[in-house]
Design a protein around this ligand. Structure first.
Ligand SMILES: [Zn+2]
Length: 70
């Protein structure tokens, strides 16, 4: 039971609904999150930071995967 609930908790920890869609709205279009605000007033900056972090992670992952030659 405790193991099961631990697995369950792990699942809940994953962020949900905070990941921007693959195709982002234009600056003056309504935000994808459904707030009704313009994208530039809502998630644009957050998305930019999210994507920047994602890119950094991807680069780190590539570095980790590629073999190192002196
Ligand atoms: Zn938003």
């Amino acid at each position: 039971m405790s193991l099961l609930s631990r697995l369950f908790n792990k699942k809940i920890e994953e962020p949900k609904g905070e990941i921007p869609p693959e195709v982002l709205p234009l600056r003056n279009d309504p935000c994808w999150c459904g707030s009704g605000m313009k994208y530039k007033k809502c998630h644009q900056e957050e998305d930019r930071q999210f994507l920047a972090r994602k890119r950094e992670r991807d680069i780190e992952a590539q570095k980790a995967c590629s073999p190192v030659f002196g």
